[in-house]
Every structure is written in C-alpha cells, then in structure tokens.
Design a protein around this ligand. Structure first.
Ligand SMILES: Cc1cc2nc3c(=O)[nH]c(=O)nc-3n(C[C@H](O)[C@H](O)[C@H](O)COP(=O)(O)OP(=O)(O)OC[C@H]3O[C@@H](n4cnc5c(N)ncnc54)[C@H](O)[C@@H]3O)c2cc1C
Length: 322
C-alpha cells in the first residue's frame, strides 16, 4: 500500500515538520510493503526536493503553475486528490497545522476516505486501521478505528521522529492545470519583521504573573537572544498588555515549538491545549503547586523579577559560546 505525503514548503524551503511527515509516511509504507510518494506545491529547487528522498520519499511529485501561487485549500485539495488517485495511494498524510486542517477534510470527501485528524503515533493495527490521537484538547487519548479502505491522516507536530531512510531521488511534474478554483487571492500581507509564532521553534510566553504590560522588556530580550517568537496567555491579551495575535491556547493559536517557556503562567487546561505539543516546556512560577508544573519538563519555582534577568544573562553567555 503506497502512501502519499503532502510536504508543505515555505517559499521553496521545507521545515523539520515536513521531514517528520515523510518519516511517518515512510514507516507506514514500509510496514505495508508500499512506496512513499511525496507531493509538494510551488517552486522548490532540486537540492531542496532531494532532502525528501533522504527521509524516505521514493518519488516526489511537484505541482506548479499560477493557480497554486497562493494557498487555496479547495484548489490544493483537488490537486492532491488527483495525485493520490494517479499514484494509487490509499493513505494520504499531512500536517495537523492550519494548512492541513483546511485541506485534509476536502481530500477525505473526494477520495471517500476516513479522516483521522491529529494522529500522534503510527497505526496500532492496519486491519482495521487504528490510530492513536489526542482528544478533548489533549486531556485524553483516543484510538480511532477506520472502516473505509482509504484514510487521510493529519499528524500532530512533534509526534514522530525524523528517520534517515535514503532513497534514490526521483521527481515527477504533475500537470494539475485543469483544477477549478472559486477563490481569487487579491493580495497577501506577510509579517516581515517578526518571527511567525506558529512557525517558531522557540517561543517565550508570558502570563499574568508578569504583572503588567510594561514588564515585557526582559521577556522580549530573552526571545531576541534565543531567536524566539513571543506569546502570551489569554488574560494578558484581554488586558491589552499584548496583542491578541500572541494569545495561545484553546481560543488562541495552537503551537508546537521545540522549546516553550511559560513565564508566570498558571497552566490552565485552556492554555495547555494550545502548547501541549511543544517538545520541551520550561515553566517559571512562584507557586510550587501551579498546574503548569504537571506539564512542564523543567520547572523553576521563583519570582520572575529575579529569575528572568538571570535567564537572559545565561542565554547571552550560551549564545556567545555556541
Ligand atoms: C472557554 C475558555 C477558553 C479559554 N481559552 C484560553 C486560551 O486560549 N488561552 C489561555 O491562556 N487561557 C484561556 N482561558 C483562560 C484560562 O482558563 C486561564 O484563566 C488563563 O490561562 C490564566 O492565565 P495566566 O496563567 O496568565 O494567569 P493566572 O491564572 O492568573 O496565573 C498567573 C500565574 O503567575 C504566577 N505568578 C505570579 N507572580 C509571579 C512572579 N512574580 N513570578 C513568577 N510567577 C508568578 C502565579 O503563581 C500564577 O500561577 C480560557 C478560559 C475559558 C473559560
């Protein structure tokens, strides 16, 4: 059974999450004696495409053309569905990010396939296909059993390791020119001076324990030194201390960085829902009983007025020596 994996690229570059997806798809294909076929949309240079072969893609299908210059979920879904059909893939894998969430259900309908969103592991069984996933905002783990013979799986970020599985490099251009689209993108505004929160590998986030919007300078300094994006809890943006675009959690952005700093954040379930896929969480809080310490990998019990300047100092030393 061959597996199609949609590898999103950002201005022609892949991210770590794209390689995680290829490794995940390749493991499924290997367990079923099939091929791993990657598909990507937009202009990507050959040496970048080659990276997908390194992690297990036996073929990479490329889709270009004006229709695909900007993300259009309907058009992308149509094109990926056509590739899945042409390559006879019964499983389609993509990220559980905003793009994947927009495209995956559409592909599932077109292929008459089951949709497994937010998978966190390889299938537990293939007959029937059964996959583990987070449910109720990460409060519980569920196992979804698929009754259809086809499935579209979105994989939660940081859920699978990157595995070297070099294959011969092969690409194929797919002509998806006839795809209909109802959307016309008028303009695209890109934030250029700031690291995008949802893309950042390191995020420094502040909560009500920061006490005031005027106290953010050391937090921003820490973020600058670490090349991190800044985030906050909901009350912080409700208070107007920070903009709503920084609010993470159930009602804000869902992020999955490699490293998340929760500074003066209690760790309410609604907050954790947005950050629980972070690989490593570091929390600083004066209250040893704060729920955030149940989720954190590293915890510092202490006052931010004392701890944060020390963190900045240590981060600077670390950067200077590395
Ligand atoms: C439907 C619903 C949706 C919600 N969605 C979200 C969401 O998307 N995102 C979100 O964040 N919240 C959300 N909330 C709110 C959530 O329940 C919490 O109220 C909120 O996350 C708490 O924010 P906080 O941790 O910054 O503040 P607090 O709960 O007030 O915690 C502040 C923490 O700072 C610590 N502290 C205080 N002083 C210091 C100091 N000097 N040094 C170090 N630590 C200190 C305290 O011990 C405390 O643990 C939602 C709530 C509801 C009901």
């Amino acid at each position: 059974m061959s597996v199609l994996v949609y590898t999103e690229n950002w201005d022609g570059k892949f991210k770590k999450s794209s390689f995680e997806l290829v490794s995940y798809a390749h493991s499924i294909a290997e367990q079923n004696g099939g091929d791993t076929i990657a598909v990507t949309i937009g202009n990507v240079a050959q040496d970048e495409l080659e990276k997908l072969a390194f992690y297990g893609a036996s073929k990479t299908v490329t889709i270009g053309g004006d229709t695909y210059k900007n993300l259009d979920s309907a058009a992308y879904a149509n094109a990926i569905t056509m590739v899945a059909e042409a390559q006879a893939c019964k499983i389609v894998v993509m990220g559980n990010n905003n793009t994947g969430k927009g495209i995956a259900p559409r592909i599932a309908v077109k292929l008459q396939a089951a949709l497994v969103s937010g998978a966190t592991a390889l299938p537990q069984s293939y007959d029937p296909l059964t996959i583990r996933k987070n449910v109720f905002n990460g409060k519980a783990i569920g196992y979804q059993q698929v009754k259809s013979d086809k499935a579209v799986i979105t994989l939660a970020q940081n859920s699978y390791k990157i595995i070297d599985a070099a294959q011969a490099f092969q690409t194929e251009a797919f002509d998806a020119a006839g795809v209909e689209t109802n959307t016309q993108v008028q303009s695209v505004d890109k934030v250029s001076d700031k690291l995008l929160l949802t893309d950042a590998e390191v995020v420094v986030s502040g909560g009500r324990g920061m006490k005031s919007g005027d106290n953010w300078a050391p937090l921003e300094e820490l973020a600058n030194v670490l090349g991190a994006a800044t985030a906050c809890s909901r009350p912080v943006s409700d208070e107007g201390w920070r903009g709503h675009e920084e609010h993470v959690g159930q009602t804000g952005k869902i992020i999955a960085p490699d490293l998340y700093f929760a500074l003066g954040i209690s760790g309410a379930i609604q907050h954790i829902a947005g950050v629980s896929s972070s690989k490593v969480i570091v929390a600083v809080n004066t209250d040893v009983e704060a729920p955030v310490f149940e989720t954190a990998d590293y915890g510092i019990v202490g006052d931010l007025k004392v701890v944060l300047p020390k963190m900045v100092e240590e981060a600077k030393k670390f950067k200077a020596n590395n």
